[in-house]
Design a protein around this ligand. Sequence first.
Ligand SMILES: Nc1ncnc2c1ncn2[C@@H]1O[C@H](COP(=O)(O)OP(=O)(O)OP(=O)(O)O)[C@@H](O)[C@H]1O
Ligand SMILES: [Mg+2]
Length: 265
Amino acid sequence: MPENVLEAVGLHRTYGSVRAVDDVSFALPEGGSLGIVGESGSGKTTTARIVVGLEQADAGEILVRGQARAARQRGRARRLARAREVQMVFQDPYLSLDPRTSVDQVLRETLRLHFPGTDHDRRVRELLDQVGLGTRAADARPRQLSGGQRQRVAIARALAVEPAVLVLDEAVAALDVSVQAQILNLLADIREETRIGYLFITHDLGVVRCVTDDVIVMRRGRVVEAGPTAEVLAAPRHPYTRLLLESVPRPGWDPEAIAAARRAL
Ligand SMILES: Nc1ncnc2c1ncn2[C@@H]1O[C@H](COP(=O)(O)OP(=O)(O)OP(=O)(O)O)[C@@H](O)[C@H]1O
Ligand SMILES: [Mg+2]
């Protein structure tokens, strides 16, 4: 059995009367890829934010390589150490990239922060290469890049930190289908090379099928089904999962069909 690089145990988070995350547990094996699927508002992003430490859980625990993460980690060194464990890639990298900062500068800033006092020329080239961006992209500003290229920059910046886990929240949702496929392939290659574990959040079961080994299905903050992706998709046990699958117009799924089917559930 491979060691779990990430474990969530009994996570809870409420906002007023909304139970956004209601007793969520899962395990991500070293080098594995775990999908979280579920309709809008089911608690996927809240779970992700708890995992990366952007959000505080009301109860529950996050373990990285078997070690509990302190609930409140103060101080710069601690924050940096935590960032090196788990990195997040968001849906729209445009929002997280400074428009004035070139790709080269973005990567250098991250490297300087985490690995001060060393020369980063080679590492910058390596990272650009790893995400399939030529050295020509190095001088570009975010505005000059396509959505796919920007997402490659966001991935390179996350990799620069040498994390154990990447949390990808709808990381390809904003991209055209053909570009989605390129980024998904890239992510699969990177996982093979680096053995970084992925927590892959998506509403798209086609994406889940492509890039995850295991999947959990969330509904209203709860995990209603969990298992190997191939098994869950081939023979879903929970009616909600069946419903999600039935309402998938390939590729992706149609939220209106789901809403209609849900009312009938
Ligand atoms: N900061 C917040 N304050 C109040 N309510 C919140 C907050 N964040 C999330 N919620 C609520 O918690 C629930 C879960 O939201 P969450 O964003 O985790 O869902 P999601 O599965 O990521 O949805 P989507 O697929 O639309 O991204 C929703 O009902 C949402 O309105
Ligand atoms: Mg979300």
